[in-house]
Design a protein around this ligand. Structure first.
Ligand code: GLN
Length: 264
């Protein structure tokens, strides 16, 4: 009898524990769902683009990461940053996989057909990185009749788009495409490419890290960076634009930029 009673108690304790484990699983699941839910602003980026987005240890930091966090804060949302290939950001935004694409992303007509962009928040310049002793001394050397340069770019970027049209299609050379800007720079160092066409701020960061390289004084193109949002998500777009207005007006935006870009 006593033995049976103990057995019943043991079984009861076990079933209470089982129920409590089940319910704690349940609440954990709810918490996860909530974390991905309406109160989370998901940002797709490509964290290979200093000083806009790059890794500091395990964290993605940079101007875009901090501006997005400040926007999320204004919207009363939690920011979640997802690192992905640059050329998969726009398709993912179109598919509503993430709320915003922020990756030093240039506004252009082709992309405007696929997504909406916020107001511009930065100027970008496509520049040319060469070795210090390169025979390419001006951007126009790339378009000179009979020239045959091999140009390194990051896949799907405007540097890729421009050089494919201006150089490859014009039979003035070839374009080598890399997953990361840093890989294109490595190729330049070992003479696999003659130059790299890339945005000015990452270019500065790469040249600083790699002695023997320089940026040409003449620029390839001027651009605007903005935040990509799905076409039909105009409500979020409006909120982001208002948040950007506020962050620009109260000095927060400039403070973030100054933290990462020092006037040289
Ligand atoms: N500004 C360029 C573009 O939008 C490059 C951006 C990037 O490599 N993150 O294509």
């Amino acid at each position: 009898m006593k033995k049976n009673l103990l057995k019943i108690i043991a079984l009861t304790v076990a079933s209470i524990m089982a129920v409590s484990v089940m319910s704690s699983c349940g609440s954990k699941k709810d918490a996860d769902t909530e974390a991905e839910g309406t109160n989370t602003l998901t940002m797709a980026t490509n964290a290979e683009f200093p000083p806009y987005e790059y890794y500091d240890g395990k964290d993605i930091v940079g101007i875009d990461a901090e501006v997005a966090a400040a926007i999320a804060d204004k919207l009363g949302m939690e920011l979640k940053i997802v690192d992905t290939a640059f050329d998969s950001i726009i398709p993912a935004i179109q598919a509503k996989k993430y709320d915003i694409g922020m990756a030093g992303m240039t506004v252009n007509d082709e992309r405007l057909e696929q997504v909406n962009f916020s107001q511009p928040y930065a100027k970008g310049v496509q520049v040319v990185i060469v070795k210090e002793d390169s025979d390419i001394t001006d951007v126009d050397d790339l378009f000179a009749e009979g020239s045959k340069h091999n140009v390194g770019v990051q896949t799907g970027t405007t540097g890729d788009i421009y050089t494919t049209e201006d150089i490859e299609s014009a039979d003035l050379g070839t374009v080598s495409r890399f997953n990361k800007g840093a890989d294109a720079v490595e190729a330049l160092k070992i003479d696999k490419v003659d130059c790299v066409v890339i945005d000015n701020e990452p270019a500065k960061a790469f040249v600083e890290k790699n002695p023997g390289l320089k940026i040409l004084d003449t620029a390839y193109a001027d651009e605007d960076y903005a935040i990509a949002v799905a076409k039909d998500n105009t409500e979020l777009l409006d909120k982001i634009n208002s948040a950007l207005d506020e962050l620009k007006a109260d000095g927060t935006f400039q403070k973030i930029v100054d933290k990462y870009i020092t006037a040289k």
